[in-house]
Design a protein around this ligand. Structure first.
Ligand code: MN
Length: 202
C-alpha cells in the first residue's frame, strides 16, 4: 500500500516570517513529496509494501541505502512539520523539569539547539531526544534518523539548505534563531515525552 504525503498541520502561510509560504510549498510539496514518491516506487511489489514506515526504515538501514534515504526523509519531514507551530507552544511541567536537569533552563537549551544547528556540517538534522529519562541533543547526517534508534525523538530541526535558502539565503543562524525562538512546538515534544515511545508516521 502506498504511503500518502503526511499533510502539513497548518496552512503554508502559518510559519512566516520564520519560514515563508514559498519555502513551505517547495519543501513540503516538492522535496517531501519526492521522498514519499520515490519510497513508494521502491517498495511497490516488494515485501515492504505492507510494512509501517518505521519498519521499512529499520529494515533498509545498512542494506538498501536508496530506500533508507527516501523512507527516513519521508519520516523526518513529517516529524519536522509537527515540531513547529504557528505560535510557539508551552512545554509540560515534566518536560521543563527534564530540560532543567539536562541543560539548566529552557533558554539554555534553545541556545544549544541554535549552536548545534549552526555547527552541523552540511546537510542533516538536529534533534532534542530522550533516552533512559535523560534529554540530549543529537545530530544525524543527510537522511539519517532517530526513528529506529534507542532514542525517543521529541523535536527536530531540518538543517538542510533547502529548509531556509529562499528566506535566509546562506544565513543559517537567522533561520535557526527565528524557528527556535518563535515556532517550536513544545506541546508536541511534551506529547512525545509522555508517550515514551517513538512517534509514528501517519
Ligand atoms: Mn528538508
Amino acid at each position: 500500500m502506498a504511503f500518502a504525503l503526511s499533510p502539513l498541520p497548518y496552512p503554508d502561510t502559518a510559519l512566516a516570517p520564520a519560514i515563508s509560504a514559498e519555502t513551505l510549498s517547495f519543501h513540503h510539496g516538492k522535496h517531501h513529496q519526492t521522498y514519499v514518491d520515490k519510497m513508494n516506487a521502491a517498495i511497490d511489489g516488494t515485501p515492504h509494501a505492507d510494512a509501517s514506515l518505521e519498519a521499512i526504515i529499520a529494515a533498509s538501514r545498512g542494506s538498501n541505502q536508496g530506500l533508507f534515504n527516501n523512507a527516513a526523509q519521508s519520516w523526518n519531514h513529517a516529524f519536522y512539520w509537527h515540531s513547529m507551530a504557528p505560535a510557539t507552544t508551552a512545554p509540560s511541567a515534566d518536560l521543563v523539569a527534564k530540560i532543567d536537569a539536562a541543560f539548566g533552563s529552557v533558554d539554555a537549551l534553545k541556545q544549544q539547539l541554535k549552536d548545534r544547528g549552526l555547527g552541523h556540517f552540511a546537510s542533516g538534522w538536529v534533534w532534542l531526544a530522550e533516552k533512559d529519562g535523560k534529554l540530549s541533543i543529537e545530530e544525524t547526517h543527510d537522511a539519517d534518523t532517530l526513528a529506529d534508534s534507542d532514542f525517543n525523538p521529541l523535536l527536530v530541526l531540518d538543517v538542510w539548505e533547502h529548509a531556509y535558502y529562499l528566506d535566509h539565503q546562506n544565513k543559517r543562524p537567522a533561520y535557526l534563531d527565528a524557528v527556535v525562538e518563535t515556532k517550536l512546538n513544545w506541546a508536541f515534544a511534551s506529547e512525545n515525552l509522555a508517550r515514551g515511545q517513538v512517534w509514528t508516521y501517519a
